[in-house]
Design a protein around this ligand. Sequence first.
Ligand code: NAD
Length: 310
Amino acid sequence: MHIFVTGGAGYIGSILVPTLLAAGHHVTVLDTFGDGGTQLADACRYASFNPVRGDARDERLLGEWVPKADLLMPLAALVGAPLCARDEVGARTLNRDAVIALVKRSSPSQMLIYPTTNSGYGVGSKGVFCTEETPLRPISLYGTTKAEAEQAVLDAGNGTTLRLATVFGMSPRMRIDLLVNDFTFRAVTDRAVIIFEGHAKRNYIHIRDVVGAFQHVMANYDRMRGEPYNVGLSEANLSKLELCAKIKEHVPGFTFLEAPIGEDPDKRDYIVSNAKIEATGWKPTWSLSEGIKELIKGYRMIRNARFSNV
Ligand SMILES: NC(=O)c1ccc[n+]([C@@H]2O[C@H](COP(=O)([O-])OP(=O)(O)OC[C@H]3O[C@@H](n4cnc5c(N)ncnc54)[C@H](O)[C@@H]3O)[C@@H](O)[C@H]2O)c1
């Protein structure tokens, strides 16, 4: 297949794209390649890899590349609530409008897989699992723009959406702002973390299981098209305090304390059912513990000390 991926040089894309190439697909990546990193260096050995430097909002580029693809994967986004709050216009035009523009240019014969976030569930009801039927109530501009783009994909009828839990694990384009990656980094480097809203729950998923979910949709497209699916580890609907306790199993000297005052601007709090995608035969293969061990190994190499001598 010819697969068109926007934002393919990011945290998820730099695991997803090499996997698609290794499976024999042709992959065009449209990305600003803004960090100038080498995360897709390994992809260049494939004649079937085509990196295109540009903006996913550029209608001319969409007009050129969308019609050539069998499968569309719009990943480009300003990812996370803090980044979207800093650039609201960028969030609306990239996270929502660019996806709508891509969907408009797609045809019913093309496949489309769109990753969105399960943070659209916002603040769930205590003890009640959010399913794909639960109304979306995003509480950030990030969540809102992703939910609006998802609706456009589902309305078009030819797309499948994956509502991803908070992703964790090592990637050539690392992100240490994601909760598991962040807390594990602090455990390894600072040995301590102060937690706000420690009882707020979330669901988590390893980055390679996200790639596995994309592949699963590709293999089962006819029966999965037109539908949203939650993608997370059913065994890991954990509060921040429970997550820290899990990390402490692997970093014994780790201290975590809940702050008696102050609050987290991120108010997300929900538990998620992944039964719908599990019923189609998809199963995650990475546990939270395996991911934490992978991160601890990765953090022996990574440094985040641009303005420090050590
Ligand atoms: N990582 C997660 O926990 C998570 C969870 C749910 C959903 N998602 C979704 O998965 C997708 C990928 O997320 P990620 O974690 O890899 O994010 P990321 O920030 O690592 O990657 C985003 C990519 O988009 C590119 N990009 C930015 N602006 C662009 C533009 N104007 N035109 C073209 N490319 C541009 C960046 O260069 C980068 O390569 C996003 O759509 C995100 O909303 C991620």
